[in-house]
Design a protein around this ligand. Structure first.
Ligand code: FAD
Ligand code: FES
Ligand code: FES
Length: 469
């Protein structure tokens, strides 16, 4: 997308900083219809494939001002001195433009900080930028984009058809970008082209191109398949279609437990959350993906589909070994079903990173206990970053059964058992000994909180009680 904008359209306002989705200099906004509503998604043009804008309107920084009249967000950036060298500024402005349209009334500093977590400014500093956002979003939304929403909705509706998209050549050795519109077409294409690269949000695959310089001649993008984007919110579980984005999934996860809401708030930045998908976070098999440990602890099940056949397995069984998943060539991740918590169940999850925002986990721990009074009747514990896959701590789980939440001496067996469960490695995110110590500390923290300690005593930011209120 960024190459298309800069080299073909000569729309050079959008910048390239990192080319890997981290700095936000390339932020543009996709205005699209999601479930009948018009949404403004900030995305990283550097790693987005141009074809992923299918069915959406692309809004770049060039589109905001009307003649000499700056957009309210741009004007506020000028008024508050929110720019010095200016390299980050187009991206910052586009993130704030998306926020301007995402919220109806005034927005607070915390929300603004979340929307800016994916935008790096190295010279101005964030105080004036946040002040600009506060000023721009203080009043009514009066820009021309608001005024034209009815007309745009109707035009985008015309694009929301069931047409298949196939650009390129289907001959042997040919290259193509395919965007099938149904599960049947996905199956047909994968049968014919088992070597095609499946793409959902491209927040991993985009980096294979920009950083790995990998040629990807055959691309099968799942973004047009409506059936894969569904969310089914039932009484006992939420089922996410594979291409549900993190931005859409977040409120459903937060409703299951406030810790899941906090996890999603710290999952990358808004631009990655707007593109990256729940299915991609599982299918990529990463040992440090954030959702798998949390969903495994909750007892999630995964549905895979090949041709017309579907099979369902516990999520933990999908991860076989580092880089190896239980997924055959031509099989896709179809959906993940996440059980809600029963009245006697408690859940906690914690993400440990070097940076608070927009960072990938060194260790991630998730814990679900079923309690009979103060006695632990059942435990499900899963960690990321402790092995070659996201993995359950089965020895610690066994040791917890029968322990009491109100007697910390009874936790020792489970804490010690973590050493049987994991032999972590040293890498650039953390040493093995740090990982072992933090895994133990997280389990102790979960048990301490479940025994009744308020999170204000156990965390830098005590969020649970606040959120629940
Ligand atoms: C700046 C940045 C920050 C990030 N921060 C985090 C973070 O905080 N936490 C975290 O966990 N991850 C993070 N990620 C990683 C990434 O965003 C997530 O893993 C995301 O969920 C991947 O989803 P996607 O739809 O973009 O996957 P894609 O890039 O489209 O695909 C990823 C892999 O899964 C395959 N795939 C995708 N969908 C399917 C399917 N339905 N069936 C079969 N195969 C499929 C693809 O072929 C590919 O191998 C970050 C990435 C970046 C660039
Ligand atoms: S150029 Fe840094 S996020 Fe795209
Ligand atoms: S103004 Fe220079 S990087 Fe932000």
């Amino acid at each position: 997308m960024l190459d298309y904008l800069r080299l073909t359209e000569r729309a050079t306002g959008t910048k390239e900083g990192c080319a890997e989705g981290d700095c936000g200099a390339c932020t543009v906004v996709l205005r699209r219809l999601v479930g009948g509503s018009l949404v403004y998604e900030p995305v990283n043009a550097c790693i987005l494939l141009a074809g992923q804008a299918d069915g959406a309107e692309i809004i770049t920084v060039e589109n905001l001002a009307e003649g000499d009249r700056l957009h309210p967000v741009q004007q506020a950036m000028v008024d508050q001195h929110g720019s010095q060298c200016g390299f980050c500024t187009p991206g910052v402005v586009m993130s704030l433009f998306a926020l301007y349209h995402a919220a109806e009334g005034p927005v607070g500093r915390d929300e603004i900080n979340d929307w800016l977590a994916g935008n790096l400014c190295r010279c101005t500093g964030y105080r004036p930028i946040v002040d600009a956002a506060l000023a721009a979003c203080a009043g009514e939304r009066t820009d021309r984009f608001t005024a034209e929403e009815g007309e745009v909705r109707a035009r985008l509706h015309e694009f929301a058809d069931a047409d298949e998209l196939f650009l390129g050549s289907d001959e042997e050795g040919g290259a193509f970008f395919a965007a099938p519109a149904s599960l049947r077409s996905v199956s047909d294409l994968l049968r014919r082209f088992p070597d095609a690269t499946i793409v959902a949000g491209a927040t991993d695959v985009g980096l294979w191109i920009t950083k790995g310089l990998r040629p990807l001649p055959r691309i099968l993008w799942l973004g047009r398949v409506q059936a894969l984007a569904a969310i089914d919110d039932a009484a006992d579980a939420v089922t996410f279609g594979a291409t549900v984005t993190h931005m859409r999934a977040a409120p459903y996860l937060a409703a299951i437990d406030p810790d899941l809401g906090e996890l999603m708030r710290r999952f990358a930045g808004q631009q990655i959350r707007a593109s990256g998908t729940v299915g991609g976070n599982i299918a990529n098999g990463s040992p440090i993906g954030d959702l798998p440990p949390a969903l495994i602890a909750l007892g999630a099940t995964l549905t895979l589909r090949m041709g017309e056949r579907e099979r369902t397995l516990p999520l933990e069984d999908f991860f076989l070994a580092y880089g190896k998943q239980d997924r055959a060539a031509g099989e896709i991740v179809r959906a993940v079903r996440v059980p809600k918590l029963a009245a006697d169940e408690r859940f906690r999850c914690y993400k440990i990173t070097k940076r608070f925002d927009q960072d990938i986990s060194a260790v991630m721990g998730a814990f679900k206990l079923r309690l009979e009074g103060a006695v632990i009747a059942q435990a499900r514990i899963a960690y990321g970053g402790m092995a070659g896959t996201p993995k359950r701590a089965r020895a610690a789980e066994r040791a917890l059964v029968g322990a009491r939440t109100d007697f910390d001496e009874s936790w020792r067996g489970a804490l010690d058992a973590l050493d049987q469960d994991f032999t972590p490695i040293d890498d650039h995110r953390a040493s093995a000994s740090y990982r072992r110590r933090i895994a133990r500390a997280l389990l102790r923290k979960a048990l301490t909180e479940m025994s009744g300690a308020p999170s204000a005593q156990t965390r830098v930011v005590g969020i649970r009680e606040e959120r629940a209120i």
